[in-house]
Design a protein around this ligand. Structure first.
Ligand code: UDP
Length: 236
């Protein structure tokens, strides 16, 4: 399958059309951004690692019955996937408090949450991705009705119930992650975007070492080594 036209360029991926109207190609870039694009860098090979990691995780989720946009990995930096109309909500799942949750609510960094927390944020850089409640989502017409929000919550919890034990087995604590969903040509809600250390937090079970994009956000260095380690543990 060949790329035809560049449809969209985001911070971490370019999206291309193909000869098939129902299929798109994502090109994973080496660019890194944080703090809503204020901090920028590039790390050669990061895109290929995220493509590999996402491919493995989409395959795992599909094998457990989660419907995703994934079709196949084409080469180092390219993934073929179904076309989906992206729902403009970032669905964040949290097992442990850190990042913006700790800041916003004053929960000490690293506190295990009493239950899995699912939050919605508006996918809008200009507004700095504000947090949303159900009514905000309906007022902004981000979904058709509240049932669709329940589907997003249920699918996000299901993804967590598959990924959290999978990573724990590999010595990684899945702290939190961000998912995006879309509607396929029949209007079904499917999991889209990518699942990689760019949008998940992984802490080593034994050392609590951060193995994700926080290495870049916090200037810790060693980002690529950490992403390679995540991939190696997934493949083990
Ligand atoms: N996240 C993301 N994209 C965003 C915001 C958050 O992928 O625009 C991911 C982030 O990597 C983390 C989770 O969502 O795994 C929760 O992030 P948080 O709200 O704590 O935001 P941050 O501290 O990164 O600002």
């Amino acid at each position: 399958m060949q790329k035809t036209e560049l449809l969209y360029e985001g911070k971490a991926k370019k999206i291309w059309s193909t000869e098939d109207a129902n299929l798109l190609i994502s090109e994973f870039k080496d660019d890194l951004t944080a703090f809503n694009g204020e901090k920028k860098d590039s790390e050669s090979g990061k895109g290929a690692l995220n493509n590999k990691i996402s491919t493995e995780l989409f395959k795992l989720l599909e094998s457990k019955g989660v419907v995703t946009h994934f079709v196949e990995k084409l080469d180092d930096n390219h993934m073929l996937h179904k076309k989906a109309k992206i729902i403009m909500i970032e669905v964040v799942v949290r097992n442990v408090a850190t990042g913006s949750l700790s800041k916003r609510l004053g929960i000490a960094d690293g506190t295990a949450l009493p239950f899995v927390l699912v939050e919605f944020y508006l996918k809008d850089d200009a507004l700095n991705d504000p947090i949303l409640n159900d009514e905000h989502c309906l007022i902004l017409n981000l979904v058709d009705d509240v049932k669709e929000l329940d589907i997003l919550r249920e699918m996000a919890r299901n993804v967590n119930s598959i990924l959290k034990p999978f990573f724990y087995e590999k010595g990684l604590n899945l702290i939190d992650f961000k998912l995006e969903f879309g509607k396929d040509k029949d209007g079904n809600i499917i999991l889209a975007d990518e699942i990689s250390p760019d949008n998940c937090r992984f802490w080593d079970v034994n050392t609590n070492e951060k193995m994700d994009k926080d290495r870049f956000r916090q200037g810790l260095g060693g980002l690529k080594v950490a992403y390679e380690e995540v991939l190696n543990r997934i493949l083990k």
